[in-house]
Design a protein around this ligand. Structure first.
Ligand SMILES: [Zn+2]
Length: 104
């Protein structure tokens, strides 16, 4: 499963565009860097599920979800709803809390 996960990982973090993201927000279907993973995880496990590439085990369903959504599809979906222009990193947490509220 690890090689299957590695082949699905995006080249850039969905939030800050850092290269080689190694974490995933399964709920949103996006790939994240270490920094942004921390932000997402702080939202709470009751709201969102996160996993690490290489450390956590992945189910077939989780991998399928990540492949079928992914960074680009998620970005176009959320940006189309309400993402303000020029969102800066300090706004990310607020942005994601709103995302989860809208997505739930
Ligand atoms: Zn990031």
């Amino acid at each position: 499963m690890d090689s299957a996960v590695m082949s699905a990982v995006a080249q850039y973090c969905a939030d800050c565009k850092a290269s080689r993201p190694r974490y995933a927000n399964i709920t949103l279907g996006i790939w994240l860097c270490n920094h942004c993973y921390g932000i997402h995880r702080n939202v709470g496990a009751h709201v969102t599920r996160t996993k690490c590439v290489g450390l956590d085990s992945w189910s077939t369903q989780e991998l399928h979800r990540m492949k079928s959504i992914g960074n680009e599809r998620a970005a176009s979906y959320w940006e189309g709803i309400f993402l303000p222009q020029n969102l800066s990193p300090p706004c990310l947490l607020t942005y994601f809390v709103l995302q989860y509220q809208l997505g739930s």
